[in-house]
Design a protein around this ligand. Sequence first.
Ligand SMILES: *Cc1c(COP(=O)(O)O)cnc(C)c1O
Length: 455
Amino acid sequence: MKTIIEPFRIKTVEPIRFTTAEERQALLRQAHYNLFALKSDDVLIDLLTDSGTSAMSAAQWAAVQQGDESYAGSPSFFRFEAAVKELMPFKHVIPTHQGRAAEAILFSILGGPGRKIPNNTHFDTTRGNIEAGGAEAHDLLIEDGRHPDREHPFKGNMDLAALEAFLVKHGADVPCVMLTITNNAGGGQPVSLENIRAVAALARKHGKPFLIDGCRFAENAWFIKAREPGQSERPVKDIVRDMFAEADGMTMSAKKDAFGNIGGWLALNDDDLALKARNRLILTEGFPTYGGMAGRDLDALAQGLKEIVDEDYLRYRVRTTAYLTEKLHALGVPVMRPAGGHAVFVDARKWLPHIAPLAYPGQAAAVALYEVAGIRSCEIGTVMFGAKPDGTEAPAAMDLVRLALPRRVYTQSHADYIAEAFEEVARRKDHLKGFQIVEQPRLMRHFTAKFARIA
Ligand SMILES: *Cc1c(COP(=O)(O)O)cnc(C)c1O
């Protein structure tokens, strides 16, 4: 059979509240055209993020009932730890409430003024945690990864020559080498096993620990299986183990590829580093056998980790993203290609050339999509990255709109509805107006800024 179906049946449903275009216009005005200010009940299809929005399985809900809330030594922790080690053979597994808590702990030890940390592309919380401690975050992505319309099977790869030069130049200032799989900030694009091994070898050669930001490890492993020579016959689980066997540790947001609504971890091989991390954990998160989570969360994740490497699930997951990407491409909407794992990225600067970057074409497209069809997406462009520390503003490298797909939540007819909404927005796109910001905080303005439409 050629048709790839959702590999699940639906047992519990959550109704969607329908709104009219007039209602949405009023809601947009009330929200000052900031989609973060909308109530989620007023959203028909919520593609704001794939983080923490997964549907849990019946087996995960059953596992929640087994959660043991003992402060120390809970069996839930040992089930969680075993599930992590089954896939990622690290010596120490340190549970945190989210990925950023693992990052904060890691960089409280490895970061600090004068330190420089390379990555293919740092995710914004990773960069934030590095910079908050006074260190520098450097992105060394391959050139192909920087162009939305360039076809390349592994657009998340690290630029190895740039990494080598970086390590030679900055030597003693580099506390570790990182690699983010898949590359979230770069469009959910995968990293090849060959590239992971080469990055690991370079880190080893220069005596640096190699850490993987593994938030979407299962999607990355599926891309390796589907696209990398010699990998197509191998079980995804083996590929996952190979990916992490190269590393000295990892950070993880379990809100992504662990089907969790909350959770994360830091894993390490080095005893001394792990000791320091656990001491920090006790200060900021909790005792090392629960960290930032309840026992029931740990059990839900232990089960989620078994489900996320299911190949029928991954085939469907990656196909979903590709399906929507292809539909939009066929409509003439410029999208990042090939499709990444967790989201479809629309190149709004290219789609709405009459709106200057400083009038936020991504915001204009995202607002139009909500107005027309009740779909919430996320601007990733000049609104998010354009503000400079000195109070001035400059266009971001790209003006994208991200349609992030929650795991196991929406069906193919939802995808068809999204495509139809783009058809409708495309019809009026030449008349869409840009925006100006009328009120904004100094930092992270995209969450709370107020906008007005330019007349
Ligand atoms: C989500 C994410 C994080 C941060 O995790 P949170 O659970 O949101 O704190 C870090 N890195 C990447 C690549 C992510 O996608």
